[in-house]
Design a protein around this ligand. Sequence first.
Ligand code: SAH
Length: 348
Amino acid sequence: MERKDIASLKFEELIQEMEVLGEKAYRGKQVYAWLHEKGADSFEEMTNLSKALREKLSSEYEIVRMETVERQISKKDPTEKFLFELSDGNQIESVLMRYRYGNSVCISSQAGCRMGCRFCASTIDGLNRNLTASEMLRQVYQIQRITGERVSNIVVMGTGEPLDNYDNFVRFIHMISDEHGLHISQRNITASTCGIVPNMRRLAKEGLQITLALSLHGSNQEKRRRLMPVANKYSLEDVMEACDYYFLKTGRRVTFEYSLLSDVNDSNSDIKELTELLKGRNCHINLIPVNPVKERDFKKPDSKKAVEFENKLEKNGINVTIRRERGSDIDGACGQLRRRYAVSKREN
Ligand code: SAH
């Protein structure tokens, strides 16, 4: 019989399961704390439980483990990148970024991605599978264990499209912010989507307080469609309406992400169109000079041009920042560490 993935059970679910096993509720609380506060990856560690209970648990449940394949530490800034291997051999990457306000971890939500954005390395080989809630959580726990440092912020901006793995993603948000676990404030969590409209609207109604980031990248429907195949399915107009709806329902200001691609979306007419699109909206736009990906042809504009782009938008009354580059010496761009491994495996 297949054992259940215990670390994907929410607090109330675990308590219920323990009751079915004939255990008192406080035992469930203890197990949840081991799994989600201390990040335990074996039942043996749970030393305040009887041996009999630990054995019972390990016959019914498994704690899904992850191997650390590689840890890269940047020499340029306080950033580290991790490559993890899941129990079925899939590999995923996560990034730790240290800031003055605390440590932020960027997690992956899928092994691979099927969204096909033209400038992104994570999607080149398509989607292998969705990650479970416990696999998303474990990225954070494992980084805390390896570094001995506490994580206070999460960005769901690694490989994968969180709204293409909706149920597991929402479960992850509930669990990482649960007071019985790491208790990370939902206000310290940002999730980025390429714009899957029905699920953006669903998310708006979940009663969560996370920040939604929308990958915009094009200032009009046609430009966006050329860069992001998902725009064939959901028009820019519908995406913007879904963003407004998210703000209306949650009161959380939406962030727009805009990868600056030299000679593709960095002209004065892009500035004009972006201004028209965003003016009057309570929002923020984050410019990301594109991380060149070997398999793709895009280049980043020189830094002078990027700053000009920022200044012009700002002058037009748009709330804008340029994302500071992090970890550029350590397979910086999204999906590149994972990809280097996938390619070298195939070549061997
Ligand atoms: N699937 C989610 C998360 C993707 S990664 C989404 O589409 O939003 C987070 C951000 O990085 C997205 O805005 C994505 O479009 C952007 N991105 C991907 N590859 C990039 C690259 N090579 N350079 C700059 N930004 C990139």
